[in-house]
Design a protein around this ligand. Structure first.
Ligand SMILES: NC(=O)c1ccc[n+]([C@@H]2O[C@H](COP(=O)([O-])OP(=O)(O)OC[C@H]3O[C@@H](n4cnc5c(N)ncnc54)[C@H](OP(=O)(O)O)[C@@H]3O)[C@@H](O)[C@H]2O)c1
Length: 323
């Protein structure tokens, strides 16, 4: 018999800070939890469950999902559905749950990219899997160069009008398309809430491309995915490749990436972190949080111990030097 979950009464006094998401009424925790890895049907449910309890007990109110997170596709959302049934239903109004559609999800021409047909059907499936009536945030997961932007964006507007999502986000859209989206959505009174992009100490493209400036100017929030570069910006790979690590699985983080040059850079960053009395992970997350316009870092974790370390970034010292 499973033990009932009762959230920690002090969950909002455990060190989490909240940041306003652009020019909106929404406050997001500085650290949010992503379900891309570690929440699929291949992962032990009890571990996934424990990670979400730890997260929520420490003020992580934002869980980020997508239709195809798993593996298998859809199974991270099914895990969320089971968690809703078993633990989180009483706390639904304290949770900010997102999902996305944009990558391949089911076979044939209607299970991918940015058509109205795909986005509408996908969100309906996501809601069923997660056993919820609406998501707080629904994203176009990627820019589709073949579908008219108006079609994708109008589908997002209509999803909000149908009450199936409260807010809209875009992920990995190029700058010009993001500008178009912000204007289109604003004119229809469904302002773009947030942009999700990969920003970390090793990959600064959203800064270089002007996405962060765009977000700050437009009053759009920015949430950084893979802020630890999938674990590279931690102590995980400083002394080899551990057997239980993402890199050892070899699918999304490949061993070839860990070149001697990269390893030397990581070791240098690690020394700087030590001199700041921080772990590399803590410093890497704090670095992202200190960039102008960043609302939250969206971390992954394969254990509560990792999450515990990562949460320290919330109170990390500012950076005197440009890293
Ligand atoms: N919009 C998009 O296209 C997109 C793309 C990718 C991700 N995302 C979102 O972003 C979320 C986070 O992505 P991510 O998982 O790549 O994020 P990440 O935080 O960069 O990497 C997480 C991984 O790093 C390792 N790790 C985390 N904390 C650690 C610590 N303190 N010490 C040592 N290792 C640590 C763990 O890997 P091990 O398994 O090795 O322990 C963990 O699974 C996803 O879940 C998803 O919600 C969105």
């Amino acid at each position: 018999m499973k033990e009932n979950y009762f959230a920690d009464k002090n969950r909002y006094d455990n060190g989490m800070e909240f940041e306003r998401c652009g020019r909106s009424g929404v406050l997001l925790p500085k650290v949010s939890l992503g379900f891309w890895h570690n929440f699929g049907s291949v992962d032990p449910y009890e571990r996934s469950r424990e990670i979400t309890h730890y997260a929520f007990d420490h003020g992580i109110t934002h869980f980020d999902l997508a239709n195809n997170y798993g593996p298998v596709y859809g199974s991270a959302e099914e895990t969320m559905g089971r968690l809703m049934d078993e633990d989180f239903r009483p706390y639904r109004d304290e949770l900010f749950i997102s999902s996305k559609a944009g990558y391949d999800m089911w076979p044939g021409p209607y299970g991918n990219w940015g058509s109205r047909k795909y986005l509408m059907a996908s969100l309906d499936q996501s809601l069923k899997r997660m056993k919820i009536d609406y998501v707080d945030l629904f994203y176009s997961h990627r820019y589709d160069p073949e579908t008219p932007l108006e079609e994708t964006l109008q589908a997002l507007v209509d999803i909000v009008r149908q009450g199936k999502a409260l807010y809209i986000g875009i992920s990995r859209w190029p700058l010009e398309a993001a500008r178009f989206a912000a204007k289109y959505l604003r004119e229809r009174d469904v302002p773009l809430l947030i942009y999700q992009g990969r920003l970390n100490m090793l990959d600064r493209e959203p800064m270089e491309e002007g996405i962060l400036d765009f977000c700050a100017e437009e009053g759009v929030g920015f949430i950084s995915f893979s802020p630890l570069a999938q674990g590279l910006l931690t102590d995980r790979y400083l002394n080899g490749v551990p057997a239980d690590s993402r890199m050892s699985k070899g699918k999304f983080l490949k061993e070839e990436m860990l070149t001697p040059e990269l390893l030397a850079k990581l070791k240098r960053y690690n020394e700087i972190a030590t001199s700041r009395d921080e772990t590399l992970a803590e410093m890497a997350l704090a670095w992202v949080l200190h960039q102008k316009g960043v609302t939250s870092v969206l971390v992954g974790a394969s254990s509560t111990a990792q999450l515990e370390k990562n949460l320290k970034c919330v109170s990390a010292a500012p950076f005197d030097d440009v890293l």
